[in-house]
Design a protein around this ligand. Structure first.
Ligand code: UFG
Length: 337
């Protein structure tokens, strides 16, 4: 029996696409999720896509007992750790929850991995650890100056993982700094299904065009960018998921810590994304100019050359595919329930 990859947060937006990508590559997953920000309904969709059963453990990544039981019950060879809290705005109001889930969750997980003799870990970090970079595109060696509680928890987990690997050469850890994941699986069976009003641009446009919300606020038209709106590096969630597989493969022959940006390597402004989405759905996006959002930065996009050099990975799906797939998912309901 080959070993499975434990995907914490495997029912979430990114985790579910990683499980689907693992299945495409013929690899088994075990999902650990507490459904705090995800729906159990995703699992049946993943089983449909995979064509095989996918074990699900409902539990919290901070729960040592649940982790121990999971490693005892399943033959796990590696872990992709996506479980965490990720809303920038919420993080300043709830620092305790963010530090507890994001940092303590990772410490508990690493302890359980150590006990179980599993040393391969891919960690979901974020380009938010950079804050506003001095130079663009931002490379992995740029200074880390996160502007939010959320970003500081990600930076702290990165440091913790480097300390672990520094003390024990058996660890094989990839720290993946995501740019802005968006889009959905082209089957429209899985996609981003935020509970409540979406914070992020693409899911909010989906629901606004579908008539669920009035208008998409454009958070600032006075940023120091060519059209005055914020610039981000949007990466198709399936490209991102495939980056995790490439990282797992790389770790198989490279112990130690690897830190990589996963992005498309080019930036689009909010208005450019709105235009691409309008093209994909054939309808106008209802929008209104609004003040800048707290904690936002003007512009960030990745230097993704290290991922290409070390993993042979690059994003292959562009902004049009992101918008078409996101809209297809929305038209299919955009939810699991
Ligand atoms: N935006 C709007 N209106 C909205 C939502 C977003 O104008 O209703 C703008 C933002 O100001 C920004 C861009 O669209 O310029 C993208 O915003 P998102 O909220 O979609 O994404 P962020 O870049 O703020 O955040 C995302 C993830 C975070 C992660 C961060 C890293 O959601 O988890 O990328 O930069 F930390």
């Amino acid at each position: 029996m080959t070993s499975a990859v434990l995907v914490t947060g495997g029912a979430g937006y990114i985790g579910s696409h990683i499980v689907a990508a693992l299945a495409r590559a013929g690899r088994a997953s075990v999902i650990l999720d507490n459904f705090q920000n995800s729906s159990p309904g995703v699992v049946a969709r993943l089983v449909r896509l995979a064509g095989t059963p996918i074990p699900l453990v409902e539990g919290d990544v901070r729960d040592a007992g649940v982790l121990r039981a999971t490693f005892a019950a399943h033959r796990i060879g590696a872990v992709v750790h996506c479980a965490g809290m990720k809303a920038v705005g919420e993080s300043s109001a709830r620092p305790l929850a963010y530090w507890d889930v994001n940092l303590n969750g990772t410490v508990r997980l690493a302890e359980a991995m150590g006990e179980a003799g599993v040393a391969t870990l891919v960690f979901s970090s974020s380009c938010t650890v950079y804050g506003q970079p001095d130079a663009l595109p931002v490379g992995e060696d740029a200074p880390l100056r996160p502007a939010s509680v959320y970003g500081r928890t990600k930076r702290a987990v990165e440091e913790f993982l480097r300390d672990l690997a520094g003390a024990d050469a058996r660890w094989r850890i990839a720290i993946l700094r995501y740019m802005n994941p968006a889009g959905a699986h082209p089957s429209a069976l899985i996609g981003e299904a935020p509970l409540g009003r979406p914070n992020n641009l693409v899911p909010l446009m989906c629901r606004a065009v579908a008539g669920e919300f009035d208008e998409v606020p454009i958070f600032g038209t006075d940023w120091p960018t060519p059209d005055g709106t914020g610039i981000r590096d949007y990466i198709h969630v399936d490209d991102l998921a495939e980056g995790h597989l490439a990282a797992l493969d790389h770790l198989g022959s490279h112990p130690g810590v690897l830190t990589l940006n996963l992005g498309a390597g080019r930036g689009y402004s909010v208005l450019e994304v709105v235009g691409a989405f309008e093209k994909a759905c054939g309808r106008p996006v209802p929008k209104v100019v609004a003040p800048r959002r707290d904690g936002d930065i003007a512009s960030v996009y990745a230097d993704a050359s290290r991922a290409l050099a070390l993993l042979g990975w690059r994003a292959t799906r562009g902004l049009d595919a992101i918008c078409e797939d996101a809209w297809r998912w929305q038209r299919a309901g955009g939810r699991y329930a």
